[in-house]
Design a protein around this ligand. Structure first.
Ligand SMILES: NC(=O)c1ccc[n+]([C@@H]2O[C@H](COP(=O)([O-])OP(=O)(O)OC[C@H]3O[C@@H](n4cnc5c(N)ncnc54)[C@H](O)[C@@H]3O)[C@@H](O)[C@H]2O)c1
Length: 269
């Protein structure tokens, strides 16, 4: 089975390459940056997701696309549109044209970043993006819905929380994903026989979790990790959150703080 990973030179791409190394997959690594340290089962294609024809030819013979590339900060809107709107659209369109059956889309919890933390939300709730980044990631999820419903692609959108070796602050204790738990979700996206269009949270089984990840559990996801194991060390190493900031009360943290106007009570009361 050949899988193409866009944005493979980045942080998540590197982690997934490590986790999937012994799965017997052929990995085609697509990025505008050079990808380093290629293993025998890996090849690199340097290209930009703005280039539909280049994407389409890179996807020939591919069974699934793991789409990671795009704008990953709360940059100005033109960068969001180029990466997360037009770029994401090109990835789904190229997959359709190349006959790729599946797309696993790296969305973000920032699509729901303005929900207060006392809520426990699933993936049925209305989006409440906390940033231009969250807004355009939500658009990417909708491209996935269109391509699943209209063209029959199998699409899994993973709203990643924070993936790293360990959580780094209080909020990340609620949204952290270990590498192996994220890789488990990607495998579900690549192989689940009944996948049509699903949105799940890319988080481990965190005791302090914000999200009801029932959609992931229905697909067979069984997270192996829980941020709680790191809680004492994390809480001892960072100052308490500032209660005057909206980001200390809602799920999106820093992104919710950016450019926020008015008293925080207008969202929390
Ligand atoms: N890291 C996290 O915890 C996290 C959390 C939520 C969502 N995500 C999502 O996961 C994905 C990967 O995140 P990351 O942390 O690895 O980001 P990253 O910035 O480390 O990597 C992104 C990669 O995409 C490539 N890229 C960007 N624009 C491109 C373009 N136009 N054409 C080709 N390649 C392009 C970059 O060169 C880079 O290698 C992103 O979509 C991000 O929004 C990550």
């Amino acid at each position: 089975m050949t899988i193409l990973i866009t944005g493979a030179a980045g942080l998540v791409g590197g982690g997934l390459r490590r986790e999937l190394a012994s799965d017997g997959l052929v990995l085609r690594l697509f990025d505008r940056q050079p990808v380093s340290g290629l293993a025998a089962h890996e090849s690199a294609v340097q290209g930009d997701i703005g280039d539909l024809a280049g994407l389409q030819s890179a996807m020939l013979g591919v069974s699934a696309v793991v789409h990671l590339a795009g704008c990953t900060t709360d940059a100005p809107m033109d960068e969001q549109v180029a990466g997360n709107v037009l770029g994401a659209f090109n990835v789904f369109e190229a997959a359709r044209l190349a006959g790729v059956g599946r797309v696993i889309f790296a969305s973000s919890h920032h699509v729901v970043g303005y929900y207060p933390r006392w809520r426990r939300i699933g993936t049925e709730v209305l989006l409440r993006p906390d940033s231009r980044y969250g807004l355009t990631k939500g658009f990417g999820e909708q491209i996935g819905a269109l391509y699943a419903d209209k063209y029959g692609l199998r699409v899994l959108c993973i709203r990643i929380g924070f993936v790293e070796a360990r959580p780094i602050d209080q909020r990340r204790l609620s949204i952290w994903s270990s590498w192996r738990d994220l890789a488990q979700l990607v495998r579900i996206g690549c192989r689940h026989p009944d996948l049509h269009y699903e949105v799940v949270y890319g988080v481990s089984g965190n005791a302090r979790g914000f999200f009801d990840n029932a959609a992931a559990f229905r697909l067979g996801y069984r997270p192996e990790d829980d941020a709680e194991r790191h809680a004492a060390a994390v809480l001892a190493s960072v100052p308490p959150e500032d209660p005057a900031l909206i980001g200390s009360h809602v799920m999106g943290g820093w992104a919710a703080n950016n450019e926020f106007v008015g008293p925080i009570g207008r969202l929390l009361d």
